[in-house]
Write a protein that binds this ligand. Structure first.
Ligand SMILES: Cc1ncc(COP(=O)(O)O)c(C=O)c1O
Length: 369
C-alpha cells in the first residue's frame, strides 16, 4: 500500500494528460502560455476569488505575498510553530521575525484566542496555516486582524478544496496561498503554487513580483523573483481539475470512515473537524502517546505511516536565535510528539482502508506479544 497513491489517478487520466502536454509542446509557449491564463481563470472561479496568480511553488507564493505587503527587516509576522518550515522560512528570508502562536490540539490549527496577545506595533501580517486540509477559525482571526488593520495570509498549501462556513479555502482573507506540490490535494507533476486575492492592487503586485518586479517590458519599479508556473504544469492541472471535485468528496468520505473506525480505540485521538469546516484531509493525522507502537503495528502489515513536523519550528536550529525553548508552545510540542499520519489519497480502496484501521486499532496486541 502506498502512503499517497498518485499513480491510480494518473492511469485514469493519462491520455488526457499526454494530449495536454503535447499541445504545449506544439504551441511552444512554455512560459506564461495560454494554459496558465486558463488555469488562473478556472481556479479563481473555483475559489470564488476575484484574482488567481499562479506561481512557481507554495513557498514562493508565501514569499511573494509578504513581498507585496512590504514585509522587511524589523517587522514581525505571526504564524504557528506546528507547520512545514516554509511558513516561517519566508518571513525570516525577508529579514522579518516569525512570531509564533500556539495551536489547538483537536484541529491542530492556530488557537485564535492566543492571537491578540502576540500582536505588537511591529506586526505587519498574520499568517495562519490550514493544516492537514482544514481551515482555522478565519472569521475570528480576520476580526482580530481588522482591529489592528493587519492583512491576513491564509497558508492554504494543504487545504485547496476545503470550505469554511461554505466559502472556499484560499478566499477567506486578504490573501490565500496554496501549493500544487504533487502530494497536495490538488497536486501537479512538479513544483507550482498560486495566490488568491480580491484586492486589485495586490493582484497587480503579485504579477509584477513573479516576473522580477516587472510592471511592463524593461520597467522594474520593485524587486521580484523568477516565480512563474510552467505552462506544462498548468496544462496538467487543467486535466486534474476535471476530476478534483470527485476527489474532494472521496477524501471527505475516507476521513469520516477513518474517524468512525478509530473512534474509541485505546489512546488514539482522531482529528476534530471544526463545526463550520469541511476538510480535504491532505493528511489524516491521529494523536497518540503510543505512536511508535501504532506505527510498528502498521509496519508489520506493510502499511506506511509518517510523523510530520515532529520537531516544531520554534525548536529548529535555524530559529535558535529567537530564543525559544521546550515548553514555550506546549500544544504544538505535544502534537509534534504524538502525531501520526495514515495512508490517504482519493484512490485509497475500502479494503486497504479497512486494513489500516484494523492494524492501527490492534496496536495494543503488539504490547502483549
Ligand atoms: C503548510 C505549507 N506551507 C507551505 C508549503 C510550501 O509549498 P511548496 O512545497 O509548494 O513550496 C507547504 C508544502 O509542503 C506546506 O505544507
Amino acid at each position: 500500500m502506498q502512503f499517497i497513491d498518485l499513480k491510480t489517478r494518473h492511469c485514469l487520466i493519462e491520455d488526457n494528460i499526454n494530449a495536454s502536454i503535447q499541445k504545449v509542446m506544439d504551441h511552444g509557449q512554455f512560459i506564461l502560455g495560454p494554459e496558465v491564463r486558463e488555469l488562473e481563470g478556472k481556479l479563481a472561479e473555483y475559489t470564488g476569488s476575484k484574482h488567481c496568480i499562479t506561481v512557481s511553488s507554495g513557498t514562493d507564493s508565501l514569499l511573494i505575498a509578504l513581498m507585496a505587503l512590504g514585509v522587511g527587516a524589523g517587522d514581525e509576522v505571526i504564524t504557528v510553530p506546528y507547520t512545514w518550515i516554509s511558513s516561517a522560512e519566508v518571513i525570516a528570508l525577508l529579514g522579518a521575525k516569525p512570531v509564533f502562536v500556539d495551536i489547538c490540539s483537536g484541529t491542530m490549527n492556530m488557537n485564535e484566542t492566543l492571537l491578540e496577545s502576540a500582536i505588537t506595533d511591529k506586526t505587519k501580517a498574520i499568517m495562519p496555516v490550514s493544516i492537514y486540509g482544514q481551515c482555522p477559525d478565519m472569521d475570528a482571526i480576520n476580526s482580530i486582524a481588522g482591529k489592528y488593520n493587519l492583512p491576513v495570509i491564509e497558508d492554504a498549501a494543504q487545504s485547496f478544496g476545503a470550505t469554511y462556513k461554505g466559502k472556499k479555502s484560499c478566499n477567506l482573507s486578504t490573501i490565500g496561498s496554496t501549493s500544487f506540490f504533487p502530494s497536495k490535494p490538488l497536486g501537479c507533476y512538479g513544483d507550482a503554487g498560486a495566490l488568491f486575492t480580491n484586492d486589485d492592487e495586490l493582484a497587480e503586485k503579485f504579477r509584477w513580483i513573479r516576473v522580477h518586479g516587472q510592471q511592463r517590458k524593461h520597467h522594474h519599479p520593485i524587486l521580484g523573483l523568477n516565480g512563474r508556473m510552467d505552462t506544462i504544469q498548468a496544462a496538467i492541472l487543467l486535466e486534474i481539475l476535471e476530476v478534483f471535485p470527485e476527489e474532494v468528496q472521496r477524501r471527505e468520505q475516507l476521513g469520516q470512515t477513518y474517524s468512525t473506525g478509530l473512534a474509541g480505540v485505546e489512546d488514539i485521538s482522531t482529528p476534530t473537524v471544526g463545526e463550520y469546516n469541511t476538510s480535504v484531509y491532505a493528511q489524516y493525522t491521529i494523536l497518540s502517546e503510543h505512536r511508535e507502537q501504532i506505527q510498528q503495528s502498521l509496519k508489520v502489515k506493510d502499511i506506511p505511516s509518517v510523523s510530520y513536523y515532529s520537531v516544531p519550528l520554534h525548536l529548529q536550529p535555524v530559529f535558535a536565535h529567537l530564543g525559544h525553548k521546550t515548553g514555550n508552545f506546549p500544544v504544538s510540542e505535544n502534537v509534534a510528539n504524538q502525531c501520526l499520519s495514515l495512508p490517504m489519497s482519493p484512490y485509497l480502496s475500502e479494503v486497504n482502508q479497512a486494513k489500516v484501521i484494523n492494524a492501527a486499532s490492534r496496536w495494543l496486541d503488539g504490547m502483549t506479544l
